[in-house]
Design a binder for this molecule. Structure first.
Ligand code: NIG
Length: 386
């Protein structure tokens, strides 16, 4: 099989402290060799291979791991966003607008729209993506959204418990039963994970526990939307149910932080959401200092965070959540991998997936220092360059 060397890397982030400086395992004047989909060597510049790509002194990092997105949807909610900027609060009920548009779209249209968003993600340096359903909200439409998502990633998440759809108005518990039975059965062949929106206006703690328990019994991994719009039971339920990740965590009490720190549950921060909903930012500094494992993700969706820019999330995390650039880069790569329980992405060492993000910059710090500038020069994804 042909080997390729990405040579003359000015600053390489490996995320492997055993091979380079600091928590990011930095190697200066470096090279990465890959063969097929996998890395075969990481080391000093000048290593040889069948094919050579010159990084011309640029900074190279592991491809971003975006562990929280809702990429399968139709329709547009730009007007809702504009109203929010004029003072209206974000409400979970807006999800129903996307549900109506998504139910009305054909499979081909949903695939085309998702393909466009996946391509945008790649241009933003994202090489691994999780995709949730949640805009179908019945067995047929959730299953087809998940089938579309599955054609782009193995990390698909059944989010039938996103909100109660109109046909179940006033019958939330009946809807939860439907999610746990017929919808789950329809979603199962296309899903790795199950998720629930635990929030006022969506599902309460007991309903959340029921959904997660049904998913677990069916063999799915657990994730949870927790503490997005206010303090609530979400984080505690996520820890109690041993979720891989509690996502949002915008509002964290001392008890929430202590519970996360004592658990294996990753706190996944979604700061582009807090930006787009004019919410406060999560107190990442306090969580990290307490020992919480953290990730950063885009939460790309039509309502609360319509962006695939991990660079933007990193800039917000440093500027407004008081993470260091190193912590933010780690959270957007190795942190995302941990949140997805993937051990082949998020770091660069032999045997890992050949997923690389080349920045048109001498250092990852420029992701924050030059906000809004498209710094991703090129991407290698599963060994495919471009
Ligand atoms: O993660 N919080 C729930 N789900 C999405 C928002 C979906 C929407 O408003 O369409 C989120 O922010």
């Amino acid at each position: 099989m042909t080997t390729t060397v990405l040579d003359h890397i000015g600053l390489l982030v490996t995320n492997d402290p055993n091979v380079g400086e600091g928590p990011l395992g930095i190697i200066r004047d470096a090279a990465v060799v890959f063969e097929g989909e996998h890395i075969v060597a990481v080391g000093p510049a000048g290593m040889t291979a069948d094919r050579r790509i010159d990084a011309e002194g640029r900074c190279v990092l592991p491809g971003f791991v975006d562990s929280h997105t809702h990429l399968v949807f139709a329709g547009d909610r730009g007007d809702e966003f504009a109203a929010r900027m004029a003072g209206r609060p974000y409400e979970a009920g807006g999800i129903r607008v996307s549900v109506a548009a998504t139910r009305g779209a054909s499979d081909d249209e949903l695939r085309r729209l998702t393909q466009l968003r996946r391509a945008e993600a790649r241009r933003a340096g994202i090489t691994t993506v999780e995709i949730k359903s949640g805009y179908g909200l019945d067995a047929e439409h959730e299953a087809r959204c998940l089938a579309v998502g599955r054609s782009f990633t193995a990390d698909t998440t059944f989010l039938g418990a996103h909100v109660v759809p109109p046909e179940f108005d006033g019958r939330a518990d009946d809807y939860v039963h439907h999610v746990c039975t017929d919808m789950l059965q329809a979603a199962l062949p296309h899903s790795r994970w199950i998720d629930c929106f635990c929030e006022v206006g969506a599902f309460d703690a007991d309903q959340t526990r029921a959904v997660l328990a049904a998913g677990k019994a069916a063999g799915l991994g657990l994730r949870l939307h927790a503490n997005q719009l206010g303090h609530g039971p979400g984080v505690q339920v996520a820890v109690e149910m041993e979720c891989a990740s509690a996502d949002h965590c915008t509002y964290l009490s001392d008890d929430d932080i202590a519970a996360l720190a004592a658990s294996d549950t990753v706190a996944t921060f979604l700061p582009a959401t807090d930006f787009s909903t004019r919410q406060p930012y999560p107190d990442a500094r306090r969580a990290i200092d307490a020992g919480v494992q953290v990730a950063l993700a885009t939460n790309c969706n039509p309502g609360s965070s319509y962006t695939m820019s991990m660079s933007f999330c990193i800039a917000l995390a440093v500027r407004d959540m008081h993470m260091t650039p190193e912590e933010a880069v780690l959270a957007a790569t190795a942190g995302g991998a941990r949140a997805l329980r993937r051990d082949n992405v998020g770091a660069l060492r032999p045997g890992m997936s050949a997923d690389l993000c080349v920045l048109d910059a001498p250092s990852y710090t420029h992701l924050v220092y030059r906000p809004g500038v498209p710094l991703v020069h090129s991407v290698v994804e599963r060994g495919v360059t471009g």
